[in-house]
Design a protein. Structure first.
Length: 264
């Protein structure tokens, strides 16, 4: 599984998942804009099968998705589909499946922080290409030239997300320094009509914590991981890997529904 995500605090020239046209938010350029309710609020996620996670989200996300690590940066992501352009948790109505956890990376959209390398600071940006960002929108971005309560709330959320992102980087560094991550395959073995097993099919390769390496850690290091909360997040990640079977079942279910929807 390739690393399709980018560091969310990289420069504006970088490619950030979901953001087609991020612009530094300013009263001068965005003073008349607002955000409108839309019929399909999460449609922008429908063609993304993985979404970045922060480490404190592992436990709630594990109830819905496999939580894995991808790419050179070992970015933790929630796997929401088996095909690169299909998110199984977005309904045709553009809504999330009601039982599924919605990652903070999605909830902060259309806002995002970016690095201003020239001034060495973070700046709040907005995706100007977002369908629901419109002139005269119901929730204004600015009031009398100042950030509206809606924008202030968004800034606070992005601040919290940035702190969690840095905490996640530190967590991944711990896993890397302890050499706990290994490459794994997600494999589906179909069953033939006669009851025999078919040829195994590889669905994805990814990084996951090695249980053997984890067990081999000195007792003192395990206690340290337990006390700083990392061990709980590791176990949440490991339990989440049982979710591959759920994704397979959901893939078959959607495939079965597609012809019916096309003929409706």
């Amino acid at each position: 599984m390739t690393d399709t995500t980018a560091n969310t605090s990289e420069g504006l020239a970088g490619n950030v998942l979901f953001y087609d046209k991020p612009e530094p938010l300013s009263a001068e350029h965005h003073g008349k804009l607002g955000v409108d309710p839309v019929d399909k609020p999460y449609a922008f996620v429908a063609k993304s099968h993985v979404v970045p996670l922060t480490v404190t989200e592992f436990a709630p996300a594990a109830l819905s998705y496999p939580v894995i690590f991808v790419g050179d940066s070992r970015q933790p992501v929630a796997v929401m589909g088996l095909r690169p352009t299909e998110n199984l948790f977005i309904e045709p109505t553009g809504e999330f499946r009601p039982e599924a956890y919605i990652p903070a990376y999605i909830r902060r959209y259309p806002f995002v922080f970016a690095n201003d390398d020239a001034q060495k600071r973070m700046i709040l940006c907005i995706d100007r290409a977002a369908e629901f960002v419109k002139e005269g929108g119901a929730a204004p971005l600015f009031v009398d030239g100042k950030p509206s309560p809606y924008t202030e709330q968004a800034m606070e959320f992005c601040n919290s997300f940035e702190q969690e992102r840095m905490r996640t980087e530190a967590f991944v560094k711990v896993l890397t320094d302890l050499d706990l991550l290994e490459i794994r395959d997600a494999v589906f073995t179909p069953r033939n009509p006669d009851g025999t097993t078919g040829t195994p099919q590889k669905l994805a390769d990814y990084y996951a914590v090695s249980e053997d390496k984890l067990k081999a850690l000195p007792a003192k290091k395990l206690a340290e991981l337990r006390d700083n909360g990392a061990l709980g997040q590791i176990y949440a990640h490991l339990v989440s890997l049982l979710g591959w079977d759920r994704l397979i079942a959901m893939t078959f279910q959607r495939a079965a529904q597609t012809p019916a929807a096309a003929n409706a």
